[in-house]
Write a protein that binds this ligand. Structure first.
Ligand SMILES: [Cu+2]
Length: 329
């Protein structure tokens, strides 16, 4: 679960609201269809039961009402497809960010079962890669040495952490090392298959930082009555990856909740705390890609533009995100 809400997770992307509108209309239309066809089905079961109709008749199937119903369904479905889905898709696919938009271009190389994020460095040029150089721990994408390709010298690869700026176009060149994966970031309403042998572009713009996403996702949690016992243990287990969203005395805002915090909070008489996911912007694999598919997840760190630049200029070694510290919400 991404968010605590019943409906869609919060949307932090520029284009996401259009996708949400389609999802909303589609669900309402399907609900209407479900009720209408379901009622008609029940009506038919009773009206044309064998007991009352020993001999089959074909007249009603050709009657006007059923034709009208079929035409209405076709018109609504055509409107959804031609009026909403295709224009959104066409607009989105026909407008990749240009150089004038100054996009952050990043290669994302999927593999069983991780996301390799390849940044071109200050020169903006991706260094060459060669499959025979792949070393799962030290060089997951097989980047060549700077002596072979100077453009590779300042390249940077992170595993399962996608650092990105807010408010700037992000152009992802998506590929895969082995099987078909799917790069999915629910909060950004992004989902695209990663296919071996192809480099597929996908682009988006984040309108919120991680902290702002946490603000959208925070909610109040009732604390257990005691800091000891099964209830307290369960509370910590269920919330250990959430962070506090306000200052609670000696438990400051942004603390990752642990048993010590729970003790302190209960001792101070606190009965409820506001918490949000510590890793609000998940990257998930949306194609069943093998036995470890379930753990093929990463996270995005979306910064204010100046904070991103500060991170980017200090990025160095291959950075691997420890997945033990990370769990899907
Ligand atoms: Cu996968």
């Amino acid at each position: 679960m991404i968010a605590s809400s019943f409906w869609l997770p919060p949307d932090i992307s520029e284009h996401g609201s259009q996708i949400d509108i389609i999802i909303k209309y589609l669900h309402w239309f399907m609900a209407i269809l479900f009720v209408a066809w379901g009622s008609y089905f029940l009506y038919c079961l009773v009206r044309f039961r064998a007991g009352a109709n020993p001999k089959a008749t074909y007249g009603d199937a050709k009657a006007k009402p059923s034709k009208v119903a079929e035409i209405v369904v076709i018109v609504i479905e055509a409107a959804l497809l031609v009026g909403f889905s295709i224009p959104v898709w066409a607009y989105y696919r026909s407008e990749p960010p240009t150089n004038a938009d100054n996009p952050l271009t990043v290669r994302v190389v999927a593999q069983q079962f991780a996301w390799n994020i390849h940044y071109p460095g200050k020169d903006g040029v991706f260094g060459k890669t060669r499959p025979e150089l792949v070393d799962e721990a030290l060089n997951p994408i097989g980047l060549v040495d700077a002596s072979e390709d100077p453009a590779a010298g300042d390249d940077y690869v992170s595993v399962n952490i996608f650092h990105a700026p807010k408010g700037r176009d992000i152009l992802v060149r998506l590929s895969s090392k082995d099987v078909i994966h799917s790069f999915a970031v629910p909060l950004l309403r992004v989902k695209q298959d990663a296919v071996p042998g192809m480099e597929i572009p996908i682009w988006f713009k984040a309108e919120k930082t991680n902290e702002e996403a946490q603000e959208m996702m925070k909610r109040a949690f009732e604390l257990p009555a005691s800091a000891e016992g099964a209830e307290a243990e369960r509370f910590i287990k269920e919330n250990r990856l959430r962070v506090t969203m306000a200052d609670y005395g000696s438990v400051p805002k942004g603390a990752t909740l642990n048993a010590e915090h729970l003790k302190t909070l209960i001792a101070a008489g606190t009965t409820s705390v506001e918490l949000a996911p510590g890793f609000p912007v998940n990257i998930q694999c949306a194609q069943l890609c093998g036995l470890g598919h379930y753990r093929m997840k990463g996270q995005m760190k979306i910064y204010e533009p100046e904070d991103f630049e500060a991170w980017y200029s200090s990025a160095g070694e291959v950075e691997v995100f420890d997945e033990d510290e990370f769990d899907d919400e």
